[in-house]
Write a protein of this length. Structure first.
Length: 220
C-alpha cells in the first residue's frame, strides 16, 4: 500500500479527486505525494489517505478572494488554511518553511522573488534540510520584509500567487485577452494590482464557471 503524505494545499484546475474521482469544485485541493507522484484530493479523502493528516501543512491558497461554497468534495475557499489543516498549532519553523517554499516553488515568474542566498537555502532544504541558523535567517527575513518591503511579505506574496492563478485560468479558458494579459504581466513585475484593475478583472471573471470574486483592496 502506498504511503500518501499531504504535501500542501494548492490550486488545481478542473481536476478530480484522485481517490474518489469527484470534481474539486473550488479549484483548491490537498496535494498528496507518494513515490514522487503528486495527486489532488478533497479534504475528506486527504484525511482518509494522508498518513500525516493530523499535521499542519503549507497552504498556498491563503489569499483575498471568495469562492462560492458548493456541495461535494472540494478544497475549500481561500484564506481558511488553519481550518483546512485541522486547526493545529503551527510547529516551530512552520511559517519560515512555508514562506521559503512560496517564494521558491510558486513565484518563479515574479520579479525579485528569488535571490542567490534564498536559492541556496531552498536547495539545502530539498537536500539535507535546514539548520537552526537557516531558520533564524528566514525568520529575520520575514520580519524585515513585513516592515521594510511589504511587497515581499507573506500576505502579499500569497495574494500574488493566487491572483496569478486565476488570471492564468481565465486566459486558458477564454483565450488571448490583451487586458488580462497586461494585468498578469504587471503583477509579475510589480507584485501588486490597483483596485480599478481588480474590479475590472472581476467583471471579466463573471463569464467563466467557478471563478472567484477577488478582493479589490488586496494590494492596498
Amino acid at each position: 500500500m502506498e504511503d500518501w503524505r499531504i504535501d500542501r494545499i494548492d490550486f488545481v484546475d478542473s481536476a478530480p479527486c484522485h481517490f474518489c474521482n469527484r470534481r474539486l469544485k473550488s479549484n483548491i485541493a490537498y496535494i498528496l505525494v507518494a513515490n514522487g507522484i503528486e495527486v489532488p484530493s478533497g479534504p475528506s479523502c486527504a484525511k482518509k489517505n494522508g498518513s500525516n493528516h493530523g499535521d499542519k501543512i503549507p497552504d498556498f491558497t491563503k489569499a483575498s478572494f471568495d469562492v462560492a461554497e458548493e456541495d461535494g468534495e472540494g478544497g475549500g475557499g481561500g484564506g481558511s488554511g488553519g481550518e483546512r489543516s485541522g486547526g493545529r498549532t503551527k510547529p516551530h519553523g512552520f511559517a519560515e518553511l512555508e514562506y521559503l517554499r512560496l517564494r521558491a516553488e510558486k513565484l518563479p515568474k515574479f520579479k525579485g522573488a528569488m535571490f542567490p542566498k534564498l536559492e541556496l537555502m531552498y536547495a539545502k532544504y530539498k537536500g539535507e534540510g535546514l539548520d537552526v541558523g537557516d531558520m533564524a535567517y528566514l525568520s529575520n527575513l520575514i520580519h524585515k520584509v513585513v516592515l521594510e518591503k511589504p511587497l515581499f511579505s507573506p500576505k502579499n506574496l500569497q495574494n500574488c500567487y493566487a491572483y496569478a492563478f486565476w488570471l492564468e485560468r481565465y486566459l486558458a479558458k477564454k483565450g488571448p485577452n490583451e487586458f488580462v494579459s497586461s494585468v498578469l504581466t504587471q503583477l509579475h513585475q510589480k507584485l501588486k494590482l490597483s483596485e480599478s484593475q481588480i474590479s475590472a478583472i472581476n467583471k471579466w471573471f463573471q463569464y467563466i464557471d467557478r471563478m472567484p470574486s477577488l478582493d479589490a483592496k488586496a494590494f492596498s
